[in-house]
Design a protein around this ligand. Sequence first.
Ligand code: APR
Length: 227
Amino acid sequence: MLTGAGISAESGVPTFRDAGGLWEGHRVEDVATPEAFERDPDTVHRFYDARRRALARVEPNPAHEALARLERAMGDDLLVVTQNVDDLHERAGSRRVLHMHGDLLTARCTRCDARSPVAADLIERPPCPECGERMLRPDVVWFGEMPYDLDEIDEALLACDAFAAIGTSGAVYPAAGFVMSAASFGARTIELNLAASEITPLFEDVRHGPASVVVPVWVDELLASHG
Ligand code: APR
């Protein structure tokens, strides 16, 4: 299961490329590259600090809750790989979640590489709990950086018999290529998205509509068919 910003849209978390999305209000070059952080860390911190505060004010929606229900039924046979840096899957009860683009609630020390829960706005330069240096960055994968957990994800794509993508535009690789890998290993594929995406033609099955509506319906069908 791959999820993107669209699954959190109805919780009030802006997507990136839709009307009013994050990349309309901010230039990627200013807030989402290592070069931007090198050049102007305050602008980068201000962007992620604001997103972190906004995240504390929102809740999971029925799409997140439906996937948590599915995990309770399927156990280790379900893996959620998310491009999202929010914690709404976990707050809805999902346990088996890989954040391939990082985690907004975690900081990473650029001196000792330790990861730690964010305890204060990073623009205030809180010290790293491990080494004490004030050189923390958001633990988010920026453009030009390698996503996390790719080996584990490749193993899951090889082994899965069904692959679903929820709320992603298919604009960013390697995530946008997962459907092709899964299909090449024989998995059934389905896209659940508000509207057609850049990768819709690659899926066997598509369900278009708001995630909070189409995901619970699809999950109920799966649970009913598995009895
Ligand atoms: N329900 C379902 N899908 C939705 C909803 C909704 N309520 N609202 C929007 N969508 C769909 C849009 O139609 C679009 O296809 O979600 C998708 C969001 O696309 P993007 O904004 O491009 O987000 P995403 O695909 O997650 O971006 C991938 O790009 O900017 C980087 O690192 C960032 O992880 C992100 C990656």
